[in-house]
Design a protein around this ligand. Structure first.
Ligand SMILES: Nc1ncnc2c1ncn2[C@@H]1O[C@H](COP(=O)(O)OP(=O)(O)OP(=O)(O)O)[C@@H](O)[C@H]1O
Ligand SMILES: [Mg+2]
Length: 321
């Protein structure tokens, strides 16, 4: 099995490309997005990494905060999520809807403190955008270029955390509001309609739906990218354990940057030897997963030519490695 099983699977709506820093997540996300659009799916490639590099990969500016069509490819658009812009939109939406006390509290928690974004808000905003696109039927396929492991784990932990947090909040709110309405009736006050209650319930439902979608292997696949070095293998183990805990489907690994055979270069041969030892361990450890090997290119992977070449290898058209 190759990545073609994922990229060309009609029912699959979300592909996440993730792993340790610098291993090739963005390149793989961009290459899979190209394959997907060229195959006929209306595709959006979305970067959730605050240190974006999708623009560099496509050699096109995607940092404006709005979705941009990728030049030269039909059906493909891209976006680097700009946390600050998303935060402003979020706060504006709270102001506009005359939000209730919970939303005001959430707004404070999420960034009204002296204009400073608190830790974790990057993930919260990225997740908010994910929710928005999960519901959006203008795309058949959304490919997420994620941040290095730690940040992405925080992002993927959010649905569960928020679901239970909102659940508690709603219960609390229900108790409070029945107490308040009792008091109001006692003192002859009038009942006011409270829309924040509905907003919260809807948000909770959206998160529930997202959790179901993100844990369905027919809809979602997380492609783990790694390099053949011990430290990347350790990090992959931690990442896989967390993905497993949150029921996010994984069936493919991409082992990237394998040094090609070159008898004339002692340095290259040594690195290759080291990588082959680790590759054998990777095969042993993950015998239940499909593994695609990608050679180290003699140039950086950038722009359509490089991404097309990488896409070809991801489909199993292996170059000499
Ligand atoms: N197989 C390869 N051969 C040659 N260069 C590669 C290969 N894979 C990735 N690169 C290069 O390595 C660099 C890092 O790749 P990329 O940005 O895709 O990694 P990343 O995992 O997204 O990094 P970050 O953690 O910083 O987001 C880029 O310059 C890319 O062109
Ligand atoms: Mg990247």
């Amino acid at each position: 099995m190759t990545l073609a099983d994922i990229v060309y699977k009609d029912s699959l709506r979300f592909i996440l490309s993730g792993g340790k820093g610098g291993v090739g997540k963005t390149s793989c996300a961009a290459a899979m997005a190209l394959l997907s659009a060229r195959h006929g799916y209306r595709t959006l490639v979305l970067s959730t990494d605050p240190a974006h590099s999708l623009s560099d990969s496509f050699d096109q500016n995607l940092s404006g905060g709005d979705i941009v069509p990728i030049q030269g490819v039909d059906r493909l658009s891209g976006l680097e999520i700009q946390t600050e812009k998303a935060m402003k939109e979020f706060q504006q939406s709270l102001g506009d809807s005359k939000a209730g006390p919970e939303m005001e509290a959430a707004s404070m928690l999420l960034g009204d403190v002296g204009g400073m974004a608190p830790p974790g808000s990057d993930e919260a905003m990225a997740f908010g955008k994910m929710l928005e696109f999960i519901e959006d039927s203008s795309y058949d396929r959304i490919i997420f270029d994620t941040a290095p492991t730690g940040h992405t784990l925080k992002l993927l932990e959010l649905p569960e955390l928020l679901d239970s947090w909102l659940g508690k909040l709603l219960t609390m709110r229900q108790r409070l509001s029945s107490m308040m309405s009792g008091l109001k009736t006692m003192f002859g006050g009038t009942q006011q309609e409270d829309t924040s209650w509905e907003t919260l319930k809807k948000t909770k439902e959206k998160i529930r739906a997202a959790r179901i979608e993100l844990s369905d292997p027919d809809t979602t696949q997380f492609v783990v990218v790694l390099i053949s070095e011990a430290m990347a293998v350790f990090e992959t183990q931690r990442l896989l354990a967390s993905l497993n805990k949150w029921h996010i489907p994984v069936s493919h690994l991409v082992v990237n940057q394998l040094v090609p055979e070159n008898v004339d270069c002692v340095f290259c041969s040594r690195r290759r030897e080291m990588q082959l030892v680790n590759l054998a361990d990777i095969r042993d450890l993950y015998s239940d997963l499909d593994i695609t090997e990608v050679p180290l290119f003699d140039t950086e992977i950038r722009g359509m030519d490089g991404l097309t070449r990488l896409g070809d290898i991801l489909l199993g058209n292996q170059e000499e490695a």
